[in-house]
Design a protein around this ligand. Structure first.
Ligand SMILES: [Zn+2]
Length: 415
């Protein structure tokens, strides 16, 4: 059985103590280790056995927990039944843009994609109504695939550009010029289920920072170098991840003398120099795919399809400025270019020149790591928003904010 992803994120929703988040904390413990039993939960969490039994029964009834075989047979007294989380008890639908397409995935809490679909859209011309219609078609088709014993948590739309998550408005994206100020306020009523908007790179970073190899790092900068160029940043705080919000990195000026016009209307932007869309415009070869991961395949076979020296120069400069501003201890470069070893070797070499570790202002140069390819992390990080809201409802923790992540060894009085 696959484990629930982003368990620490959900644990943070349940609070550290008190009756309100108790059901959620029980779920987190069951999901976090094998062989949990009602007796062990009661002992470890200092909760009355009858209360544990009642809350576990409720979790079983909503499909989030399953009972296994009795742990010990043949001993005196009632055998203890092992409990396990059921990641497919909750599923959500994640839609996201990839280059100029709209993708849709039905995903469970283990991050397993049950069904995936996509449609190509004319990003340059598509307007509000047509985009929403395409989104509704994909969501309704995915909804038809929800397993009978799963509960649908809702839909998360993960988007590039400037995304107002709280008000559910897509403010701006350079590659979708007619979708400025697209307001999704009515979507929940139209779909009859929760609908959330999310910034794509923030979702990706949320999922990547929960991976075990990322736990050693306190502050991570994620730079996506792909069709467009963007970045996300988060620092581990006492109260969960704290995200930085810093506008549109893709439109950093890296060459004020450039005449290459960017999709945003300005010149000199890093995207217009090093973004995949600008590169494809320059190469003028219609056989090259504009889809980022299709282009990664081309790069794998033909790493010299273009001269990368100036793109690497600009990305190294962009990284230097971001590192000086944000002080990450770890940088992850994602997107198709980072999958090419020659490009990453050259980027690391240039970055160490423009950001030398012995410069007084630096105080250590962060490593540049390659992020795993694909959109899997974005989908997992986006789905967590819908799962988090559903879990808060199921576990009755509406009043709790994000709070300190539960320690699995914490022996606190809870009842
Ligand atoms: Zn621009």
């Amino acid at each position: 059985m696959k484990r629930i992803q982003l368990l620490d994120y959900y644990s943070g929703l349940f609070g550290a103590a008190g009756p309100e988040g108790r059901k959620g904390r029980i779920l987190a413990r069951i999901a976090g280790s094998d062989g949990q039993t009602r007796k062990r939960l009661a002992e470890d969490m200092c909760i009355r056995p009858a209360t544990v039994s009642k809350l576990v029964l409720e979790l079983i009834q909503v499909g989030l927990v399953r009972e296994g075989r009795p742990e010990v047979a043949g001993q005196k007294g009632r055998p203890e039944i092992a409990l396990a989380a059921n990641p497919q008890g909750l599923v959500s639908i994640v839609c996201n843009t990839v280059s100029r397409g709209l993708h849709c995935a039905l995903v469970d809490m283990a991050g397993k994609v049950l069904v995936a679909d996509q449609c190509e859209l004319d990003a340059d011309t598509i307007g509000h109504e047509a985009f929403v219609a395409a989104l509704l078609d994909l969501v309704r088709a995915a909804e038809g695939h929800v397993p009978l014993d799963s509960r649908l948590a809702g839909v998360v739309l993960s988007l590039p550009g400037i995304v107002d998550e709280d008000n559910r408005v897509w403010r701006y994206a350079a590659h979708w010029p007619n979708l400025t100020e697209l307001d999704f306020a009515g979507m929940e009523a139209r779909l009859g289920m929760p609908f959330l908007l999310a910034k794509n790179l923030k979702c990706e970073l949320r999922a990547r920072m929960s991976e075990s190899d990322a736990r050693a790092h306190d502050a991570t900068l994620l730079l996506h170098w792909g069709y467009g160029i963007g970045a996300a940043f988060a620092r581990r705080g006492a109260l969960d991840l704290q995200y930085g919000s810093f506008g549109e990195v893709g439109h950093f000026c890296v060459d004020p003398r450039s005449t290459a016009r960017c999709k945003c209307g300005m010149t000199g932007c890093i995207e217009a120099e090093a973004g995949l869309w600008a590169l494809l415009d320059r190469l003028g070869d219609p056989s090259l795919p504009s889809d980022e991961w299709g282009f990664a395949d081309v790069l794998a076979a033909r790493p010299d399809v273009a001269d990368w020296s100036m793109s690497i120069e600009y990305i190294a400069l962009c990284l230097r400025n971001l590192v000086l501003t944000l002080k990450p201890d770890h940088c992850v470069i994602t997107g198709p270019f980072s999958q090419t070893p020659q490009i990453m070797r050259a980027l690391r070499a240039r970055f160490s020149e423009v950001m030398p570790a012995n410069a007084l202002v630096v105080g250590g140069t962060p490593d540049l790591d390659v992020g795993a390819p694909g959109i899997g992390y974005e989908v997992v990080g986006a789905s967590a928003l819908a799962f988090g809201e559903a879990l808060k409802n199921i576990c009755g923790v509406q009043g709790l904010g994000v709070s300190k992540t539960m320690s699995r060894t914490d022996m606190q009085a809870d009842d």
